[in-house]
Write a protein that binds this ligand. Structure first.
Ligand code: DGL
Length: 276
């Protein structure tokens, strides 16, 4: 088995897995959520990089030739170092891809006012990665970032549907729209946020487009595999998905079953602290 590895700090990457699997159901997938150490958003650059590289190695060791960092924080803080330094030493035939580049390519085509809002974790917003990638494609785009440190804990603690969630979602959306009323495109720059979509839609003003990432990441991955037939040939086609977590398997199963609408979903707990 050589599945596509999908990694996130917790449950958020499931929103990406769902869309990828919908578009390409033929492949095998191996999902890893580092739930024991989530959220990553407020950690330092070094810690996010260290955790992410450990997780990627855990997926490599289980046969994945290709790993998707289905996490903006990890994509912003660790992807570049992994691509430029680690892969060369570890195994230059493996690949790691992130979620920021596919999102940015789409956003450039969607915005008309060229005023874009970015909602994300502290790690993602403060990294400046979105601005950098957007400006490579269109230097005229104006980006306003707003960190939403409470949103991931709401999802990880299963409070995404609660009245408390309304308070935190409303506060940040009003905040970003006040900071730049010309925003016409709002990036949900955290893979956990689509799980708060019902609340988000309630507070985003009409005419502002909300951009969740799953669909675009899935399309760009399909495109990548077409352009890299060698990689495509290495991925096994058993149409299966396995779930790994660093927290309790029962806890993951309970939450992931709801997020994925997949009754009977089975997860396995693994330790990724010391991968070789
Ligand atoms: N899903 C991760 C992201 O896209 C959440 C980060 C976190 O664990 O704080 O950024």
């Amino acid at each position: 088995m050589s599945p596509i590895g999908i990694f996130d700090s917790g449950y958020g990457g499931l929103t990406i897995l769902r869309q990828i699997r919908q578009l390409m159901p033929q492949y095998d997938y191996l999902y890893l959520g580092d739930n024991a150490r989530a959220p990553y958003g407020g950690h330092s650059f070094e810690v996010i990089y260290e955790y992410t590289w450990q997780a990627v190695r855990a997926l490599f060791q289980r046969g994945c030739p290709l790993v998707i960092l289905a996490c903006n924080t990890a994509s912003a803080r660790a992807l570049r170092t992994i691509q430029r330094e680690n892969l060369e030493q570890y195994d230059a035939t493996r690949r790691v891809l992130g979620v920021i580049h596919p999102t940015v390519e789409t956003v450039c085509q969607l915005t008309e006012t060229k005023h874009v809002g970015l909602l994300g974790t502290v790690g993602t917003v403060s990294s400046g990665s979105y601005e950098m990638e957007l400006h490579k494609l269109d230097p005229a785009i104006h980006v306003t970032g707003m960190a939403c440190p409470m949103w991931v804990p709401l999802v990880e603690n299963f409070e995404y549907d609660s009245p408390g969630a309304d308070y935190f979602v409303k506060k940040r959306i009003e905040g970003i729209m006040q900071a730049d009323p010309q925003i016409d495109t709002l990036i949900l720059g955290c893979t956990h946020y689509p799980l708060l979509m019902e609340k988000i839609i309630k507070y985003v003003p009409q005419g502002v487009r909300i951009v969740p990432q799953g669909e675009y990441v899935a399309q760009k991955l399909e495109d990548y595999l077409h352009r890299h037939p060698d990689m495509q040939a290495r991925i096994s086609r058993g149409a299966s998905t396995r779930y790994l977590t660093t927290e309790s398997a029962e806890k993951f199963q309970e939450s992931a079953t709801l997020f994925m609408h997949e009754p009977g979903l089975v997860a396995e707990r693994i330790d990724i602290n010391n991968p070789s």
